[in-house]
Write a protein that binds this ligand. Structure first.
Ligand code: AMP
Length: 286
């Protein structure tokens, strides 16, 4: 497995791989990898002969008060994990390789970014859309793999790929959870044991909503309130948002007649965690 740091190197690698007739699968990450990331890579390996993983903590998607500087980084550990699932190459550029001095081009989406994390993290999706566009242009993959854990991010990327006629397929991989239900996340490392226990309230509240829907409840305001009450009962949890929108359009919805997205952002101490579930009929991801 190779670790390449420059745009020129990864382009050369991909060009020669493609010349042998291989399909290129791509998994963008910010590193500090866990089973959720590895699952994306396994899916990529199943679909494509060559798999490229990027590890890049992208400064443009962090707000000024957010955890860019503290975000966990461990390339050596990541490289071992990536190699164990048969990935061919890691692209690990520096910030100046991605954003050289004079850089001034950004990708902005309307509507789909105007809710959920787009409201609580202004500029976040502009940074995500920009870096993913750049990575797609650099790697030129046939397929790119994203996790349902970041449901709004997947919708943003799919919209962008469609709107800008990008020539690749976006594949969504279901959320990977710890055995007790907590969605895997690089940020879970910030939680102390007491906070780790409190963080279970996210999944617990999603399951309560799921049960209510299974029992016939269709009123989204009642389900939303159930979720809010469940999270509010956990003293260490502070709700950032609990919202239900139509899926995948993210429009307001009062009755669950088709698939809806129940999405949460909750702070446990200083750590902001997100999770989501598709409720109603249909698949767990699109
Ligand atoms: P990140 O490193 O947090 O930017 O995530 C890189 C990719 O891994 C994104 O597509 C995430 O949605 C995906 N991902 C992160 N956590 C999980 C998880 N628990 N299950 C599935 N995919 C995940």
């Amino acid at each position: 497995m190779y670790i390449l740091n420059t745009v020129d190197e990864i382009r050369k690698f991909v060009r020669s791989a493609r010349a042998t007739g291989q399909r290129i699968g791509f998994v963008p990450t910010m590193g500090y990898l866990h089973e959720g990331h590895l699952e994306l890579m396994r899916w990529a390996k199943k679909h494509c002969g060559i798999v490229v993983v990027s590890i890049f903590v992208n400064p443009t998607q962090f707000g000024p008060q957010e955890d860019f500087a503290q975000y966990p980084r461990d390339l050596e550990r990541d490289a071992k994990m990536v190699e164990s699932v048969g990935v061919d190459v890691i692209f690990n550029p520096s910030v100046s390789e991605m954003y050289p001095s004079g850089y001034c081009t950004y990708v902005d989406l309307e509507r789909v970014t105007e809710r959920l994390c787009g409201l609580s993290r202004p500029g976040h999706f502009r940074g995500v859309a920009t870096v993913v566009t750049k990575l797609f242009n650099i790697v030129n993959p046939d397929q790119a793999f994203f996790g349902q854990k970041d449901a709004q991010q997947v919708l943003v990327i799919k919209r962008m790929v469609a709107d800008l006629n990008m020539d690749l397929e976006v594949v969504t991989v279901p959320t990977v959870r710890e055995s007790d239900g907590l969605a895997m996340s690089s940020r879970n490392i910030y939680l102390n044991p007491e906070q780790r226990q409190a963080a279970l309230v996210l999944y617990k509240s999603l399951k309560i909503a799921e049960e209510a829907v299974a029992a016939g409840q269709k009123d989204t305001s009642i389900i939303r309130q159930l979720v809010i009450d469940t999270i509010a009962a956990e003293p260490l949890a502070e709700i950032n948002y609990v919202e239900i929108y139509s899926y995948p359009d993210l429009e307001p919805v009062t009755k669950i007649l088709e698939s809806v997205l129940l999405a949460l952002a909750v702070k446990i101490g200083r750590t902001r965690l997100i999770d989501n579930m598709i409720l109603g009929v249909g698949d767990q991801c699109i």
